[in-house]
Design a protein around this ligand. Structure first.
Ligand SMILES: Cc1ncc(COP(=O)(O)O)c(C=O)c1O
Length: 394
């Protein structure tokens, strides 16, 4: 393992995973691990899904890549099926290769079409490894810290008389990029009234509403898309991770009106793999599997088991500070100590006992984001083992 550059700050935890099937990973000794992180939230319908394996081999045998000047009907057909999820029959989309890229393409489109200098976003969002949204330079972005809004009483109206919203330079903002649940951050969900108000103000000035659904999309939060919890409609949506089920495809989607504007003011963006047929059919097949197998409906039942179990754990352990759950996107906030040693210990013990959850370095939070196809017994097993570990650490 000396010749590969690994992500700094993240330990290489398991160095011998040789096989993956649905929600289980196996090492070379045959030891099984339940993957509650779904390969950094990518395997929406489980590792090695038979229909994805089949479509990849069929399409690869025909044509996986021929360059963006040489296409065929399968790409157009995949686009139509994905746009239909948003009701954008006359919209357009582009197939790309990573979540970072789909966000960046959406941002470039908004920047191209807007005559205002700034885009707005929440300060705890994550948008990718590169590009304008990841760097958020002050001359391009206004980042709003919504933490005071988290405690805003339900009955208080959200409006621009509130000092927090009054601080936003809406007259310079041409669009709002929302991550509807900060998955790479602290798994927090901004209040609905705040998001609706921001969208209303931005839209009133012909601004764009961009949604980053890289982690919250394709069923993660119990609905097809995370923005649906907010009763808002998007102009631009970025999909990644789960839309490829582990295959590196992402999609940026444009509502019809924006798609029309892009005809005369195109985004100048050339990339060798854009609109590759292989990625396009994988994305289409993921959507078909989720729809035909009713995986979102199924995931809500599993989420109820997960939520109930985690809340019980919180009630029973003083060392659990908070539980946050929306669909199959959950976080367990553990007691915070100076070096996160308690969280590190719990995380390690879970892995030793065969349960993989996410933990961000420097944090005392565990993240649980299993595939929609996970078996309830795996969730129950995880709850039991986590309870035992916490009881042993009381
Ligand atoms: C919310 C969110 N957006 C975008 C990205 C970037 O996706 P990718 O790593 O596929 O480029 C990530 C990655 O973790 C993410 O969590």
């Amino acid at each position: 393992m000396n010749h590969i550059i690994w992500y700094p700050g993240h330990d290489l935890i398991l160095k011998d995973i040789v096989r993956a099937e649905n929600c289980h990973l196996y090492d070379s000794t045959g030891k099984k691990f339940v993957d509650l992180e779904s390969g950094v939230w990518c395997t929406s319908i489980g590792h090695g899904h038979p229909r994805i394996r089949k479509i990849i081999s069929e399409q690869a045998a025909l044509n996986s890549h021929s360059g963006f000047n040489y296409t065929n009907e399968v790409v157009e057909d995949s686009a139509r099926e994905i746009l239909a999820l948003f009701g954008f029959a006359e919209g357009k989309c582009i197939f790309l290769c990573s979540g970072s890229e789909s966000v960046e393409f959406g941002v470039r489109a908004a920047q191209t079409l807007s005559d205002r200098p700034l885009l707005m976003t929440m300060s705890d969002s994550y948008f990718g490894a590169y590009g304008s949204a990841s760097q958020r330079m002050a001359d391009e972005w206004f980042c709003f810290d919504w933490s005071p809004c988290a405690d805003c009483p339900e009955e208080t109206e959200c409006n621009q008389e509130c000092p927090y919203l009054a601080s936003v330079p809406f007259d310079r903002i041409g669009g709002f990029l929302l991550e509807p649940g900060s998955s790479s951050g602290h798994v927090r969900f901004p209040p609905k009234k705040l998001i609706q108000k921001i969208v209303e103000i931005v839209r009133a000035d012909d601004g764009f509403v961009l949604i980053n659904e890289v982690t919250t999309g394709v069923g993660r939060t119990g609905k097809w898309f995370g923005y649906q919890h907010y009763d808002i409609s998007p102009d631009i949506v970025a999909l990644g991770k789960g839309i490829g089920n582990g295959y590196p495809v992402s999609v940026t989607i444009f509502a019809p009106e924006i798609a029309n504007q892009l005809q005369t003011q195109p985004v100048k963006y050339a990339q060798s793999h854009q609109n590759d047929p292989l990625g396009a059919v994988v994305a289409r097949e993921v959507v078909r599997v989720i729809r035909e197998d009713k995986l979102i409906e199924r995931s809500r039942e599993i989420a109820a088991v997960l939520g109930t179990g985690l809340n019980k754990i919180k009630t029973g352990s003083k060392r659990v500070k908070d539980i946050r759950v929306r669909g199959l996107m959950a976080a367990v906030e553990l007691e915070d100590d100076a070096d996160n040693s308690f969280a590190i210990k719990i995380h390690r013990e879970l892995i030793n006992r065969g349960y993989i959850v996410g933990r961000r370095p420097g944090e005392s939070m565990l993240r649980i984001d299993p595939s929609l196809t996970i078996d309830t017994r795996d969730i129950e097993g995880f709850i039991k083992v986590l309870s035992e570990i916490l009881a042993g650490s009381a």
